[in-house]
Design a protein around this ligand. Structure first.
Ligand code: NAD
Length: 416
């Protein structure tokens, strides 16, 4: 069953529009993206043949500030997925009240099939193709699935070479040596931890005695698994694209991180203590806290009824479909929605951007303190609205985010 993620986004807008009695013209406005650029990226492959790849950059909204959003390199990337992800970025920056909009980009490619040199050529040509719609005042890309600090360094260098001067503020998630921020790499995982702590307090749960399952073992999944394991939680299962590992006694996360950092996948990790588990079985395995931290549409009406946990902490963007949302809400499972739960990444990206523009860099304790403050303020606001209106945390978060954007549209007017 193929789910169109952009249709999911439009459905979510309908739900929130009904709940908050949103002016129909505003709802209509929010269901379109400002601009979508599709680019063809030719690169010379190492074997002398020409490779052609398709890339995208989408601005959903720049009404509250420059676009902000990641760049994804993955085989299934398509325009509708990027439009959906760009829209979610608009809600996320608005929910945190950051002076930014929502954007996203990507290339339809499996980076595992490329050599490092091919990956560099691909990144540099993609950056050149989208150069007119990115920049510190226009749209600031960042890492997402299968992209990292090295790719951001190539993007920053390509942009700077074309402009004739160093412009670190064009991307975030860069290496620290060229204007990156301390704390950016772990920011999304740290943010997940802060909001989870706050949620556990509300529910009267002791975090360290909760059992955890994490889908996705990359930047987001790996960081939150490591933080929670250090906190004392038992991590029952984790997975990557190859499948997962399960142990009722808990996994040794640091050992598995060492393994995957060397380029290995989890399926290849052979150990009598652990059982292999498929990604679909992992989602429905009983635990206290389920953290989907891989891709969209992992929790659907097909598996939602079989999910047995107290909290779903959305590390990924869009892991739960609206139909699954409804089922989980009725079952009394608390979903901490993506636009709140994983917003730590964009928050520290914003700090990086501010530091680059001011050419003045902060220490890690300042980053984490400000991150915690901003996320907890947003969490309290969302929690309060959800309690008052007896609605899910997601609908509450959307009401807050959409209200700010609606106000900005009203104040600025529809040009001309
Ligand atoms: P990543 O590339 O570092 O890791 C992705 C992980 O998911 C890998 O372990 C990969 O093997 C696994 N994976 C990929 N396809 C899968 C599949 N079909 N089934 C199961 N596992 C699969 O990416 P990331 O940066 O950790 O991003 C993960 C999610 O978090 C994405 O939805 C992304 O949009 C979201 N996110 C990332 C950030 C960030 O700062 N990196 C911020 C907010 C949200």
């Amino acid at each position: 069953m193929e789910i169109n993620t952009y249709e999911v986004v439009k459905k979510q807008i309908d739900i929130v529009a009904k709940e908050m009695e949103l002016e129909p013209n505003i709802a209509k406005y929010l269901k379109r993206v400002e601009r979508s650029l599709i680019v063809s990226i030719p690169i010379m492959m190492d074997d002398g043949t020409l490779g052609i790849f398709e890339g995208y950059r989408v601005h959903h909204s720049t009404i509250r500030g420059p676009g902000k959003g990641g760049v994804r390199f993955a085989p299934n990337v398509n325009l509708d997925e990027i439009k959906a992800l760009a829209t979610w970025m608009t809600w996320k920056t608005s929910l945190l009240n950051l002076p930014l909009g929502g954007a996203k980009g990507g290339i339809c490619v499996d980076p595992k099939d490329l050599s490092k040199k091919e990956l560099e050529r691909l990144t540099r040509r993609y950056t050149t193709e989208i150069i007119n719609i990115i920049g510190p005042d226009i749209d600031i890309p960042a890492p997402d699935v299968n992209t990292n600090a090295q790719i951001m360094a190539w993007m920053m260098d390509t942009y700077s070479m074309n402009k004739g001067r160093s412009i670190p503020g064009v991307v975030t998630g860069k290496p620290i040596e060229i204007g990156g921020s301390v704390g950016r790499e772990s920011a999304t995982g740290m943010g997940l931890y802060f909001v989870l702590q706050a949620m556990c307090e509300k529910l009267g749960l002791e975090l360290k005695s909760q059992t955890i399952i994490v889908q996705g073992f990359g930047n987001v999944g790996g960081t939150i698994a490591s933080i929670l394991s250090r906190e004392g939680c038992k991590i029952l299962a984790i997975s990557d694209i190859s499948g997962g590992l399960y142990s009722s006694d808990g996994l040794n996360i640091e050992e598995l991180l060492d393994w995957t950092r060397q380029g290995n996948c989890l399926k290849e990790f052979k150990d009598d203590r652990y059982e292999f588990i498929t990604n679909s079985n992992l989602i429905t395995t009983k635990c206290d806290i389920l953290v989907p931290a891989a891709l969209e549409n992992q929790i659907t009406h097909v598996n939602a009824n079989n999910i047995e946990c107290k909290i779903v902490l959305e590390g990924a963007n869009g892991p739960t479909t609206p139909r699954a949302d409804e089922i989980l809400f009725k079952k009394g499972i608390h979903i901490i929605p993506d636009i709140l739960a994983n917003a730590g990444g964009v928050c520290v990206s914003y700090f990086e951007y501010v530091q680059d523009i001011r050419a003045y860099f902060w220490k890690l304790d300042r980053i984490n303190k400000e991150l915690k403050r901003i996320l907890l303020e947003a969490f309290e606001e969302v929690y309060k609205v959800s309690e008052e209106r007896k609605i899910s945390l997601r609908t509450a978060a959307y009401i807050i985010a959409v209200s700010r954007i609606a106000k900005a549209i009203e104040l600025r007017g529809v040009f001309p």
